[in-house]
Design a protein. Sequence first.
Length: 242
Amino acid sequence: MNTRELLQPTAMLDYKHPQIVKLIEDNLWASMPMYDGIGAVYDFVRNDIKFGYNKSDNLAASEVLSDGYGQCNTKAVLLMALLRAIGVPTRLHGFTITKNLQRGVVPELVYPITPKNIVHSWVEIFFDSEWINLEGFILDDVYLEQIKRAFGDGDTGYCGYGVGTQNLQNPQVEWSGKDTYIQNTAINQDFGIFNTPDEFYKTHGQDFSALKRFLYENIIRHWMNARVRKIRRGGRVSPLPV
């Protein structure tokens, strides 16, 4: 398989940006055995880049790194850039998820007017002669632990507060050389595979009117991020409306 194209930088996968170059050098990721390097980069994106909502999905990796937080799409871009920088071929798999997954984080006042389907993505990497799906990096451990404490009853599934899994107490989020998932049970449409996020976002985006986009970027996402921070600090996590 010719994976050369899947290692290239792009406008969004800007891994030659000085901030990204320094991050990789400081952490010695490029000099690690490939399995360990993937795990170190994956854990950095999962936990050092906190779960939160950026102003848009099509940010460059360096912008996500500067924000220090992200959601499925933006953290995916950063993960792809970092992995390509250390020699791991990556591609993007695009989907939509049901908005039910965001309930609890999205304020109830605006939940009814949010799009029914939300653009979603995960990262696929070519490692050890096979493609591996990586989605479990979206929620940082501190946030996820609070959701598990509130709703994790046995090995049951859960959908809400940014989680979509068949087993909330033991979700597949740790890097072990296999697929990882944390929102996949909410997927309701498959857009297929794209070599770059740049290509994906040329044709796919959140279904926002100009007014809704303005409200999201300037008001709603800040409200959502405040909720996420409160949950992460141990604030009360309320059951979702039926």
